[in-house]
Design a binder for this molecule. Structure first.
Ligand SMILES: CC(C)(COP(=O)(O)OP(=O)(O)OC[C@H]1O[C@@H](n2cnc3c(N)ncnc32)[C@H](O)[C@@H]1OP(=O)(O)O)[C@@H](O)C(=O)NCCC(=O)NCCS
Length: 167
Protein backbone atom coordinates (compact mmCIF):
# COMPACT_ATOMS: atom_id res chain seq x y z
CA UNK A 1 0.00 0.00 0.00
CA UNK A 2 1.69 3.21 -1.18
CA UNK A 3 0.97 6.30 0.86
CA UNK A 4 2.61 9.55 1.86
CA UNK A 5 2.21 11.69 4.95
CA UNK A 6 1.99 15.46 4.87
CA UNK A 7 0.73 18.31 7.02
CA UNK A 8 -2.94 19.16 6.44
CA UNK A 9 -4.16 22.40 4.90
CA UNK A 10 -7.55 24.13 5.19
CA UNK A 11 -8.38 22.64 1.77
CA UNK A 12 -8.47 19.17 3.40
CA UNK A 13 -11.69 19.99 5.30
CA UNK A 14 -13.98 17.83 3.16
CA UNK A 15 -11.66 14.82 3.03
CA UNK A 16 -11.03 14.93 6.78
CA UNK A 17 -14.70 15.45 7.68
CA UNK A 18 -15.66 12.48 5.50
CA UNK A 19 -12.96 10.29 7.08
CA UNK A 20 -13.80 11.33 10.64
CA UNK A 21 -17.53 10.66 10.20
CA UNK A 22 -16.97 7.35 8.37
CA UNK A 23 -14.71 6.01 11.13
CA UNK A 24 -16.67 7.40 14.12
CA UNK A 25 -17.96 4.71 16.47
CA UNK A 26 -18.42 4.02 20.17
CA UNK A 27 -15.40 1.71 19.91
CA UNK A 28 -13.18 4.72 19.29
CA UNK A 29 -14.97 7.73 20.78
CA UNK A 30 -17.11 8.32 23.88
CA UNK A 31 -18.77 11.34 22.22
CA UNK A 32 -21.85 11.06 20.02
CA UNK A 33 -21.22 11.17 16.29
CA UNK A 34 -21.48 14.79 15.15
CA UNK A 35 -24.21 15.82 12.76
CA UNK A 36 -22.89 17.69 9.70
CA UNK A 37 -26.34 19.31 9.29
CA UNK A 38 -25.87 20.90 12.73
CA UNK A 39 -22.96 22.89 11.31
CA UNK A 40 -20.19 20.55 12.48
CA UNK A 41 -16.89 20.92 10.68
CA UNK A 42 -13.62 19.03 11.12
CA UNK A 43 -11.57 22.18 11.52
CA UNK A 44 -12.68 24.57 14.26
CA UNK A 45 -11.19 26.64 17.08
CA UNK A 46 -9.72 23.53 18.69
CA UNK A 47 -8.56 21.75 15.53
CA UNK A 48 -6.25 23.68 13.22
CA UNK A 49 -4.59 22.35 10.04
CA UNK A 50 -1.11 22.69 11.58
CA UNK A 51 -2.10 20.10 14.23
CA UNK A 52 -3.08 17.49 11.65
CA UNK A 53 -0.99 15.14 9.55
CA UNK A 54 -2.78 13.24 6.81
CA UNK A 55 -1.90 9.99 5.07
CA UNK A 56 -2.65 10.23 1.35
CA UNK A 57 -2.97 7.33 -1.08
CA UNK A 58 -3.83 7.92 -4.73
CA UNK A 59 -4.60 11.56 -3.87
CA UNK A 60 -7.23 10.50 -1.30
CA UNK A 61 -6.93 11.18 2.43
CA UNK A 62 -7.02 7.74 4.04
CA UNK A 63 -5.83 8.54 7.56
CA UNK A 64 -5.05 11.36 9.96
CA UNK A 65 -3.54 12.07 13.34
CA UNK A 66 -4.08 15.14 15.51
CA UNK A 67 -1.40 16.48 17.83
CA UNK A 68 -2.64 18.65 20.66
CA UNK A 69 -2.18 19.65 24.29
CA UNK A 70 -4.45 18.13 26.90
CA UNK A 71 -3.53 20.78 29.45
CA UNK A 72 -2.04 24.01 28.15
CA UNK A 73 -0.16 25.55 31.07
CA UNK A 74 3.40 26.81 31.50
CA UNK A 75 4.01 23.71 33.65
CA UNK A 76 2.96 21.32 30.83
CA UNK A 77 4.96 22.74 27.93
CA UNK A 78 6.95 19.49 27.76
CA UNK A 79 3.80 17.42 27.11
CA UNK A 80 1.90 16.80 23.88
CA UNK A 81 -1.16 14.61 23.34
CA UNK A 82 -2.68 12.59 20.52
CA UNK A 83 -6.27 13.82 20.23
CA UNK A 84 -7.47 12.00 17.15
CA UNK A 85 -6.35 9.13 14.94
CA UNK A 86 -8.25 7.26 12.25
CA UNK A 87 -7.66 5.20 9.12
CA UNK A 88 -10.36 4.06 6.67
CA UNK A 89 -11.24 0.35 7.24
CA UNK A 90 -9.99 -0.69 3.75
CA UNK A 91 -6.61 0.87 4.46
CA UNK A 92 -6.02 -0.71 7.88
CA UNK A 93 -3.25 -3.18 8.57
CA UNK A 94 -0.72 -1.52 6.26
CA UNK A 95 1.18 0.47 8.86
CA UNK A 96 -0.53 3.80 8.11
CA UNK A 97 -1.49 4.56 11.73
CA UNK A 98 1.96 3.60 12.94
CA UNK A 99 3.56 5.96 10.40
CA UNK A 100 1.17 8.78 11.37
CA UNK A 101 1.96 8.30 15.05
CA UNK A 102 5.71 8.39 14.40
CA UNK A 103 5.34 11.65 12.43
CA UNK A 104 3.28 13.22 15.25
CA UNK A 105 5.91 12.11 17.76
CA UNK A 106 8.65 13.66 15.61
CA UNK A 107 6.71 16.94 15.45
CA UNK A 108 6.29 16.90 19.24
CA UNK A 109 10.02 16.29 19.70
CA UNK A 110 10.81 19.11 17.26
CA UNK A 111 8.69 21.41 19.45
CA UNK A 112 10.75 20.37 22.47
CA UNK A 113 8.27 17.97 24.05
CA UNK A 114 9.57 15.06 26.11
CA UNK A 115 6.31 13.23 26.88
CA UNK A 116 3.35 12.16 24.75
CA UNK A 117 0.02 11.19 26.30
CA UNK A 118 -3.23 9.83 24.90
CA UNK A 119 -6.50 8.33 26.07
CA UNK A 120 -7.99 5.17 24.64
CA UNK A 121 -11.21 3.35 25.47
CA UNK A 122 -10.69 0.07 27.26
CA UNK A 123 -12.63 -1.88 24.62
CA UNK A 124 -10.67 -0.44 21.66
CA UNK A 125 -8.41 -3.45 21.11
CA UNK A 126 -6.98 -2.35 17.72
CA UNK A 127 -5.90 1.05 19.07
CA UNK A 128 -4.56 -0.42 22.31
CA UNK A 129 -2.59 -2.96 20.26
CA UNK A 130 -1.21 -0.16 18.12
CA UNK A 131 -0.13 2.02 21.02
CA UNK A 132 1.43 -0.91 22.90
CA UNK A 133 3.37 -1.87 19.75
CA UNK A 134 4.71 1.70 19.61
CA UNK A 135 5.97 1.56 23.21
CA UNK A 136 3.17 3.47 24.95
CA UNK A 137 2.59 2.35 28.53
CA UNK A 138 -0.55 2.50 30.65
CA UNK A 139 -0.21 5.27 33.26
CA UNK A 140 -3.75 5.26 34.56
CA UNK A 141 -7.19 3.74 34.27
CA UNK A 142 -10.40 5.69 34.89
CA UNK A 143 -12.67 2.76 35.55
CA UNK A 144 -16.14 2.84 34.03
CA UNK A 145 -15.77 6.51 33.07
CA UNK A 146 -18.13 6.14 30.11
CA UNK A 147 -21.37 4.26 29.62
CA UNK A 148 -21.55 3.31 25.95
CA UNK A 149 -24.17 1.05 24.40
CA UNK A 150 -25.32 0.29 27.96
CA UNK A 151 -21.90 -0.97 29.05
CA UNK A 152 -19.43 0.78 31.40
CA UNK A 153 -16.14 1.37 29.59
CA UNK A 154 -12.76 2.33 31.08
CA UNK A 155 -10.77 5.32 29.87
CA UNK A 156 -7.12 4.36 29.71
CA UNK A 157 -4.34 6.93 29.91
CA UNK A 158 -1.19 5.89 28.03
CA UNK A 159 2.07 7.72 27.57
CA UNK A 160 5.38 7.54 25.72
CA UNK A 161 8.73 8.93 26.84
CA UNK A 162 9.76 10.96 23.79
CA UNK A 163 13.38 11.03 24.95
CA UNK A 164 13.68 7.24 24.70
CA UNK A 165 15.10 5.59 21.58
CA UNK A 166 12.49 4.91 18.85
CA UNK A 167 12.01 1.18 18.21
C1 LIG B 1 -6.55 1.98 15.42
C2 LIG B 1 -6.31 2.26 13.94
C3 LIG B 1 -5.97 3.74 13.76
C4 LIG B 1 -5.12 1.39 13.46
O1 LIG B 1 -4.82 1.77 12.11
P1 LIG B 1 -3.93 0.83 11.15
O2 LIG B 1 -3.42 1.69 10.03
O3 LIG B 1 -4.69 -0.38 10.78
O4 LIG B 1 -2.74 0.39 12.11
P2 LIG B 1 -1.31 -0.15 11.61
O5 LIG B 1 -1.47 -0.93 10.35
O6 LIG B 1 -0.34 1.00 11.58
O7 LIG B 1 -0.91 -1.15 12.80
C5 LIG B 1 0.31 -1.03 13.51
C6 LIG B 1 0.28 -2.00 14.67
O8 LIG B 1 -0.86 -1.75 15.51
C7 LIG B 1 -1.34 -2.98 16.05
N1 LIG B 1 -2.70 -3.23 15.57
C8 LIG B 1 -3.29 -2.69 14.47
N2 LIG B 1 -4.55 -3.17 14.32
C9 LIG B 1 -4.73 -4.05 15.34
C10 LIG B 1 -5.82 -4.88 15.72
N3 LIG B 1 -6.96 -4.92 15.02
N4 LIG B 1 -5.66 -5.66 16.83
C11 LIG B 1 -4.53 -5.62 17.55
N5 LIG B 1 -3.45 -4.86 17.21
C12 LIG B 1 -3.57 -4.09 16.12
C13 LIG B 1 -0.40 -4.06 15.58
O9 LIG B 1 0.66 -4.22 16.51
C14 LIG B 1 0.14 -3.45 14.29
O10 LIG B 1 1.39 -3.94 13.92
P3 LIG B 1 1.49 -5.28 12.99
O11 LIG B 1 0.58 -5.03 11.80
O12 LIG B 1 2.93 -5.35 12.65
O13 LIG B 1 0.97 -6.39 13.84
C15 LIG B 1 -7.55 1.88 13.07
O14 LIG B 1 -7.98 0.58 13.44
C16 LIG B 1 -8.72 2.86 13.21
O15 LIG B 1 -8.82 3.85 12.48
N6 LIG B 1 -9.65 2.58 14.16
C17 LIG B 1 -10.82 3.46 14.37
C18 LIG B 1 -10.43 4.77 15.02
C19 LIG B 1 -9.71 4.58 16.34
O16 LIG B 1 -9.95 3.64 17.08
N7 LIG B 1 -8.79 5.52 16.65
C20 LIG B 1 -8.04 5.50 17.89
C21 LIG B 1 -8.81 6.23 18.96
S1 LIG B 1 -7.91 6.22 20.52
Amino acid sequence: MAFEIRLATAADEDGLAELDLATWSSLASPAPKPLPESGWTFFDDRTKPEQIHVAVSDEKIVGYVKLSREIDLPSTQHVRSIHGLAVYPHFRGFGIAKALMRVAEAQARAEGATKMTLRVLGHNEPARGLYASLGYEVEGVLRGLFRLDEVYVDDIVMALDLTAAVS
